[in-house]
Design a binder for this molecule. Structure first.
Ligand SMILES: C[S@@+](CC[C@H](N)C(=O)[O-])C[C@H]1O[C@@H](n2cnc3c(N)ncnc32)[C@H](O)[C@@H]1O
Length: 230
């Protein structure tokens, strides 16, 4: 590893390394991957497909996609997340899921190229220089024509609108951190994590070999991109 390479675990978000946070994560996240799987199936996800889930966390997407594809590799840099996911995979007896403790910048894909790379709410842990490298690496895992489904907190506005849009986003924060993200947590996200602007992410995707086929935002912050690797 080069001396200047990023220590991904140091940037992973300290909560993601904390077992008690991990055990409450699913309730807090309230994430249902049904729509993602429907979209991916419409784009060709099949029992023959190889899927890579980057920043898989507790594996909500991994576990949902495993029954409808050939192989899933769930990659996460947090030992607490990978331990929780391994336990679930074992408990469910899934033999087509591989859990790898690695990151966007370190996972080396082996075997058949991926048909789908999925990543949700994880890329923002990396500063922009590294996001572009992470996307380049994701493109390298995919076969030409493969799909990247990227979901993340991405700021879909101009800098001049930032105050108004961030305040509007904060107004929807919850007060109970067990069931969502509080204003303090969202503020910490804005101050200390690396969500970027959509117009920067668009350029990064283009530069790293992706055509964006669909892109939508909720509350100007929750972005969903579907992209094809050229
Ligand atoms: C908010 S959680 C999202 C988990 C899951 N994708 C979901 O949507 O429920 C972010 C995850 O990204 C992981 N993560 C952070 N930095 C990472 C990196 N550089 N490479 C891979 N995973 C990373 C964290 O450990 C954590 O599990």
């Amino acid at each position: 590893m080069k001396q200047w390479w990023l220590d991904e675990r140091a940037y992973a978000g300290k909560e993601h390394l904390d077992e008690s946070y991990v055990s409450g994560y699913d309730r807090k996240a309230g994430f249902d991957p049904t729509d993602d799987i429907e979209v991916l199936e419409a784009l060709g996800l099949s029992p023959e497909s190889v899927v890579v889930d980057l920043g898989a966390g507790t594996g909500l997407f991994t576990l949902a996609v495993a029954p409808v594809c050939r192989r899933v590799v769930a990659v996460d840099v947090s030992p607490a997340m990978t331990a929780a996911l391994r336990e679930r995979v074992e408990h469910l007896g899934l033999d087509n899921v591989t859990v790898v403790e690695d990151g966007f910048l370190s996972y080396e894909h082996v075997g058949a190229p991926a048909d789908v790379v999925f990543t949700r709410n994880a890329l923002h842990q990396l500063p922009d220089f590294w996001k572009a490298i992470a996307l380049e690496r994701a493109a390298g895992m995919l076969r030409p024509g493969g799909i990247l489904r990227l979901r993340d907190l991405v700021f879909d506005f101009a800098p001049a609108e930032a105050e108004e849009r961030i305040d509007a986003w904060m107004s929807g924060a919850v007060t109970d951190s067990a069931i969502g993200w509080t204003a303090e947590e969202l503020s910490e996200h804005v101050r200390g994590e690396f969500s970027t602007y959509s117009w920067l992410l668009d350029a990064m995707l283009d530069r790293t070999g992706f055509d964006v086929t669909e892109r939508s935002f909720r509350r100007s912050v929750y972005g969903t991109y579907t992209c094809t690797r050229r």
